[in-house]
Design a protein around this ligand. Structure first.
Ligand code: F6P
Length: 510
C-alpha cells in the first residue's frame, strides 16, 4: 500500500448533506459514491513533517477570495444516479475485462483531485477511501436506460462557443450508433425551447442531420440567455417523454440544469440531466480546459499578430487588442502567449493603475521608447475598477461591463499628446469572431470525447452532473460543485508567471 503522512484534518468543511449522497428512503435517486463501495480503507502514514505554508497553486478564486481545491471533499464529488443499472450495455464488449492502466481508468476506479504529494499531505489524517476523487467517465458494462425505449433531448444555452455543433453531432452519433437510441430531439433557442410556445418546436436529430453541422461555428439548435420556469420545463420533458436531457451551456445554464434535476428528483421521475459545460472564458472550475477555448484563443492570437504587424510599421505604434473574458483572463493570457507578440496583458484578476511611476501609462511610454511600439492585450473585464461601475445586467444576470478599452485608449492618446510625442493608436476587437468560428481539429476531438462521455454517463443513469477532464482524465462532476465557484487566473500560479516571462511586463503596475 502507498504510504503518505499528514496531520489530522477531520470533519467536513460545510454542514450540508448533498441531496442524494446516500441511499434515499423515498424517491429514485441514489448515490454512485466511491465511499459507499470502497474496499480499501487502510490508513496511510507519511515520513515527513506536514507543510505549513498556505496553499497558493492550483487555486480557484471566487469573489476575490482564494478558494483552494483542498477545500473539496470526497462527499462534494459524489455524483447521483437514477437507480441500479440493470441492462447490459451494447458497449460492454468494448470494456469487457479492461482494468485501470496508465491510459484507461476503469469504472470501479477513481481519479484523484490532488496531483502532488504536498497537496495530498495537506488533507491531513485521512484514509485512501476518503481521498477526494472524481468518478471516471467512460462506458459502463451495465446501463440504466433501455436503449430501445429511451428518448433524449439536447439543448444549447448562453453565448456561442466553438465546438457546440461538434458536441451535438457526437451526442447524436453516440446515441444512435453505439447505444441504438434513435429518438433524439433538439430543443430550439436555449431553455426557451423547453417552454411550449416560447420558441420554435424541437427538431428531430438524426445522424444524417448532424453529419456536416460541425463544419460551421455556432449551434444548429440556436441559443439564448435567461432563465425559464423550471416546473414548466419539467412538465414539457414529461409531456414529450424525454428520459435524458443533455444541456450544453455555461455556469448559469448549468445552474438551470441543476434546478431541473432537483425538480425531477422532487417529483420522483426517472429523467437524467447531464451537462457538457461550455465557456469561452474557461471560467468553470474543476472541469479542466473547457471545449472551444483553444480554438478561441488561437483565433484571438491572429488579432494580436495583426496588431503587432500594424504597430511595428508605424511611428510610436500602440495596439490595444480587446478579447473576451468577463471575470477571467484566460483568453488574454493564452492568446498573448501564443506568439510572444504582446507587451502587456491586462486581466481582471490582476489590478493595475494607469498613473504614477509604476502605472501602465509610464510603463507603456518606456516600452515604446525602448522598442518603438507596443501591443496591449486587454481582457474585457480588466480595469473595471478604474471606470464608473455599470449597474446593468444581461438576461443571464451578468453585469454589463463598462468600456474600459475606450477609456484606456483615450488615456493613452492624452498621455502621448501631453508629452508632444507622436502616437499611432490601433484598436482590435476580435470579440464575437473568436466565438463564432468552427472548432479546430483538437477542439473537435475534445468535443467528441466529452459528448461520448456524457452519453455513457447518461445511459448509465447518472444525473445532475457534468462531464469534464480534470487532470486530463474524463470524469463526472456534480453540477452543484462546478457552479459554486468561478475559475480565474491565479496571480500566484504558473500561467501568470509565463505571461510575465513572455511579455516582460513589470510584476506589478500599481
Ligand atoms: O461568457 C462568455 C462571454 O463570451 C463573455 O466573454 C462575454 O462577456 C459575454 O459572453 C458576451 O455575452 P453576449 O453573448 O450576451 O454578448
Amino acid at each position: 500500500m502507498i504510504a503518505f503522512a499528514w496531520t489530522a484534518r477531520r470533519g467536513r468543511r460545510r454542514g450540508h448533506q448533498r441531496p442524494g449522497s446516500r441511499r434515499r428512503s423515498t424517491g429514485s435517486v441514489i448515490a454512485s459514491g466511491y465511499g459507499r463501495n470502497a474496499t480499501n480503507s487502510g490508513r496511510v502514514t507519511r515520513p515527513t513533517r506536514p507543510p505549513t505554508a498556505p496553499l497558493t497553486s492550483g487555486v480557484v478564486r471566487y469573489g476575490g477570495d482564494v478558494v483552494t481545491y483542498d477545500d473539496l471533499t470526497l462527499e462534494d464529488l459524489q455524483v447521483r444516479t437514477l437507480g441500479e443499472p440493470t441492462f447490459d450495455s451494447p458497449l460492454a464488449e468494448y470494456v469487457a475485462d479492461r482494468t485501470t492502466n496508465a491510459y484507461y481508468v476503469a469504472e470501479d476506479d477513481r481519479v484523484l483531485v490532488d496531483d502532488t504529494i504536498t497537496l495530498l499531505q495537506r488533507r491531513g489524517d485521512i484514509t485512501l477511501s476518503e481521498v477526494p476523487s472524481y468518478e471516471p467517465g467512460g462506458p459502463r458494462r451495465k446501463i440504466f436506460f433501455d436503449p430501445a425505449t429511451t428518448k433524449a433531448g439536447i439543448v444549447t444555452c448562453g453565448g456561442l462557443c466553438p465546438g457546440l455543433n461538434d458536441v451535438i453531432r457526437a451526442l447524436v452519433l453516440e446515441l444512435f450508433e453505439h447505444y441504438g437510441v434513435t429518438d433524439v430531439i433538439g430543443f430550439r433557442n436555449g431553455y426557451a425551447g423547453l417552454v411550449p410556445g416560447a420558441a420554435p418546436d424541437p427538431i428531430e436529430l438524426t445522424p444524417s442531420f448532424v453529419k456536416t453541422i460541425a463544419e460551421r461555428g455556432g449551434t444548429v439548435l440556436g441559443s439564448s440567455r435567461g432563465s425559464q420556469d423550471v416546473g414548466v420545463m419539467v412538465d414539457n420533458l414529461v409531456d414529450k417523454g424525454v428520459d435524458i436531457l443533455f444541456v450544453i451551456g455555461g455556469d448559469g445554464s448549468m445552474r438551470g440544469a441543476h434546478a431541473i434535476a432537483e425538480e425531477v428528483t422532487r417529483r420522483g421521475l426517472p429523467i437524467g440531466v447531464v451537462g457538457v459545460p461550455k465557456t469561452i472564458d474557461n471560467d468553470i472550475p474543476l472541469i479542466g480546459t473547457s471545449f472551444g477555448f483553444q480554438t478561441a484563443y488561437a483565433k484571438a492570437a491572429e488579432s494580436i499578430k495583426a496588431a503587432r504587424v500594424e504597430v511595428e510599421a508605424a511611428i510610436n505604434g500602440v495596439g490595444v487588442v480587446k478579447v473576451m473574458g468577463r471575470h477571467a483572463g484566460f483568453v488574454a493570457c493564452y492568446s498573448a502567449l501564443a506568439n510572444h507578440d504582446a507587451d502587456f496583458v491586462l486581466i481582471p484578476e490582476v489590478p493595475f493603475t494607469l498613473e504614477g511611476e509604476n502605472g501602465l501609462l509610464a510603463q507603456l511610454r518606456k516600452r515604446v521608447r525602448e522598442r518603438g511600439s507596443a501591443v496591449i492585450v486587454l481582457a474585457e473585464g480588466a480595469g473595471q475598477d478604474l471606470i464608473p461601475a455599470s449597474r446593468r445586467t444581461d438576461a443571464s444576470g451578468n453585469q454589463i461591463l463598462g468600456d474600459f478599452s475606450g477609456f484606456l485608449r483615450a488615456q493613452i492618446a492624452r498621455d502621448f499628446k501631453n508629452r508632444d510625442e507622436p502616437l499611432t493608436l490601433r484598436h482590435f476587437d476580435p470579440g464575437y469572431i473568436i466565438r463564432s468560428v468552427p472548432a479546430d481539429p483538437a477542439d473537435s476531438v475534445y468535443c467528441t470525447r466529452l459528448a461520448q462521455a456524457a452519453v455513457h454517463a447518461a445511459m448509465a443513469g447518472r444525473t445532475d452532473m457534468v462531464v469534464g477532464r480534470p487532470r486530463h482524465r474524463f470524469a463526472h462532476l456534480p453540477i452543484e460543485e462546478v457552479t459554486k465557484r468561478t475559475q480565474q487566473v491565479n496571480p500566484d500560479g504558473d500561467l501568470w508567471l509565463s505571461v510575465m516571462e513572455s511579455t516582460a511586463q513589470p510584476l506589478t503596475m500599481r
